[in-house]
Design a protein around this ligand. Structure first.
Ligand code: BEZ
Ligand code: FE
Length: 290
């Protein structure tokens, strides 16, 4: 730090903070005054030049321009790649030790995807056949009947349907329901690792930082059951090379699953007519009471 008189900087900060003093909503006032304080502290700490300030404005402007109101949300991507999304997740899920851990929602969820029967195939594009099965239970281990699992993953080309307009409607997406024993089954393909979009400001940021854009292979879940907290999470392939360097910091040890080789049928895979060989992953989701 240079040894200059920074009384002017302090005065500007104070004025900006005080300008929110009369806000009607107390929480809004708290957030805005804290934001202004931290923003000013940051600008003072790095002694931002006018050109750097302008670059920052340009970066945020382009981030907004990249959003299309549907599939592409560059601000969420920015939040994800800065670790802010996972921080918000951590703060808001200081939950019981027994409930399934949560992770980032991501920008590629699409509402209203088809309801699928127990074990129905959601993969209409090629890949390694997989059966993902398990149960949804409460923290006491009681089965949750009728829990809805909204599931989504990329195709083998690393793109989500919706993002990639070549893919059939609803490809690798669907809503599954648990049966009376809390069981669910999803016929799909083994998830693959994929790069997050890099053709926008987030891509420039990663490149400048010499960061890679890859996410380890995962299957997204949003699970809802009446009376329970909505659970947003992933299941990660346990052997993925990017587990230790996820571009959005979303990996948790407890969310890793093994896709085991199956060369013969079990009762369920026979009933569902799974092709042989296939991979099988099993997981028990634990929901926390609302
Ligand atoms: C995803 O897993 O879909 C995702 C999450 C954060 C940023 C980009 C993609
Ligand atoms: Fe994803």
């Amino acid at each position: 730090m240079t040894d200059h008189d920074n009384s002017m900087e302090k005065l500007i900060c104070e004025q900006a903070v005080n300008s929110f003093a009369d806000a009607t909503d107390a929480r809004y006032k708290q957030i805005m005054q804290s934001l202004v304080r931290h923003l000013h502290a940051f600008v003072s700490e790095v002694e931002l030049t006018e050109q750097e300030w302008f670059e920052g404005i340009r970066f945020l402007t382009e981030t907004g321009h990249k959003c299309d109101g549907q599939v592409r949300q560059e601000f969420i991507l920015l939040s994800d790649t800065l670790g802010v999304s996972m921080l918000v997740d951590a703060i808001n899920h200081r939950h019981s030790a027994t409930a399934t851990e949560t992770t980032v929602f991501g920008p590629f969820y699409i509402e209203g995807m088809p309801e699928r029967a127990f074990g129905e195939n959601m993969a209409f594009t090629p890949g390694e056949a997989a059966l993902v099965r398990g149960r949804v239970v409460d923290t006491q281990g009681n089965a949750l009947d009728g829990a809805v699992l909204d599931v989504w993953q990329t195709a083998e080309n690393g793109k989500y349907s919706g993002q990639d307009t070549e893919q059939p409607f609803g490809n690798l997406r669907g809503r599954y329901r648990t049966d009376a024993d809390g069981c669910f089954a999803i016929r799909t393909i083994v998830p693959v690792c994929y790069p997050i979009p890099t053709d926008g400001p987030v891509g420039w940021m990663l490149k400048a930082a010499n960061r890679h854009p890859w996410r380890p292979a995962h299957l997204h879940f949003m699970i809802e059951a009446p009376g329970y907290r909505k659970l947003v999470t992933h299941l990660f392939n346990h052997d993925d090379p990017y587990l230790a360097s996820d571009a959005v910091f979303g990996v948790k040890q407890s969310l890793q699953v093994i896709y085991e080789d199956r060369t013969s049928h079990d009762d369920l895979s026979a009933r569902l007519g799974m092709p042989l060989p296939f991979k099988r992953a099993c997981y028990e989701f634990v929901m926390e009471a609302a």
